[in-house]
Design a binder for this molecule. Sequence first.
Ligand SMILES: Cc1cc2nc3c(=O)[nH]c(=O)nc-3n(C[C@H](O)[C@H](O)[C@H](O)COP(=O)(O)OP(=O)(O)OC[C@H]3O[C@@H](n4cnc5c(N)ncnc54)[C@H](O)[C@@H]3O)c2cc1C
Length: 387
Amino acid sequence: MIELDDRLRALRLAAREWGEELRELGADLDRDPQDTGRFADAEAVRYIARMMIPPEFQDTALRASGHSFHGDRALERVIAVEEFGRGDAGAFLAAPGPSLSGGIVALLGDRAQKKWFFEHCADDADGPVWTFFGLTEPDHGSDASAMRTALVPAAGGDGSVLTGEKRYVGNAARARLGTVFARTGPGPLGISAVMVETGTAGFHASPLPTIGLRGAQICAVRLDGVAIPESRVLGRHLPASSRGMHAGTRMFNQFRPGVAALALGIAQAAYDYLEQHRAELVRGGGAALADLADRLSDTRQLVWRAAMSVDHDPAQGALASAAKARATDLAEHVTLRALELLGPGARFAHPRPEKWARDARGVEFMEGTNHMQRLNVAQGVVTGRIA
Ligand SMILES: Cc1cc2nc3c(=O)[nH]c(=O)nc-3n(C[C@H](O)[C@H](O)[C@H](O)COP(=O)(O)OP(=O)(O)OC[C@H]3O[C@@H](n4cnc5c(N)ncnc54)[C@H](O)[C@@H]3O)c2cc1C
């Protein structure tokens, strides 16, 4: 059984308090995803915006009970993210900050690239700085290595040009910068990641209509010959075998426990709601609650174990996949069960669980669907990496 130390307990309490603020703000964003004005000033959002910016590129860190936090370890992130998800998962995903792009820049950037990217993220003098992460394409989701977006040398030899389409990209229409994966040649080594400023000619992003996680404004992105200077190509100083999708896999291993924690937060929120409405539950509600409570605490232990595992070795992602599959299944189960236990008409009478059920469905797809996670787990078992 994993127990948190004083430092992480302090983080959990601070994040829980801030997560509560996200509840109402998340409901506003669900109604109108453009409504980010009041939201961007919330303490939780300020913290999320700074999470992942390495200490050398910013002067503020979250402080709670005398400890400071930068969100640079998976265990630290899952503790905070569960509480933010318990507040509102859509609002968490709608927040500014380096997010997945920060992860890929941290892995692949040289010193000058990290400085450029993270200092941009930290410089919020002109308002919050959103980022986007462009990997998925209209016909290439799970099989990302089949991507067609191309990065080719510019005519005249000055840098490169990015052409193609990305889909389901969170926050792209409000982002100032982000990262895009593109093909530079055939095969698994012919993929590179580049940093892109959204103000560059040829970059277009438009929000897609969505049912859940509406605040995150999932977008379609079109890249019509976007100019990419050589200095924005990540991983130039690394061997070809460590760039592109290889880095993407390590980055997803590190972030997947965070998606699991987000799902766990949604599940916990739905459970808390059932507890508060215990008297209104249909017959059998008490026994159902006891079962859900056990599943929540078992899954929390798995999420923490997965985070510790990737903090120890980011190349080993099987536990992270297990945690993500288990937690997102649980989020769907608890939210749908909540609507059943609240009786006929619950979707109309209880807007909060109704929203959580919509949000939980969306989390299943993020950073690889659960079918893909189960394939990773099976591989981990077959190769003896997990028992
Ligand atoms: C809320 C949300 C936010 C997102 N944010 C981003 C983002 O910021 N950036 C980004 O690049 N992408 C993002 N995505 C996209 C996400 O990564 C993709 O949805 C995901 O990779 C699945 O791709 P797809 O939707 O094309 O489904 P497909 O790959 O077409 O899969 C469809 C179904 O087939 C199953 N399947 C596919 N291949 C196999 C296989 N080999 N074996 C068994 N089953 C299989 C899948 O599990 C799934 O159930 C986001 C998605 C969502 C829902």
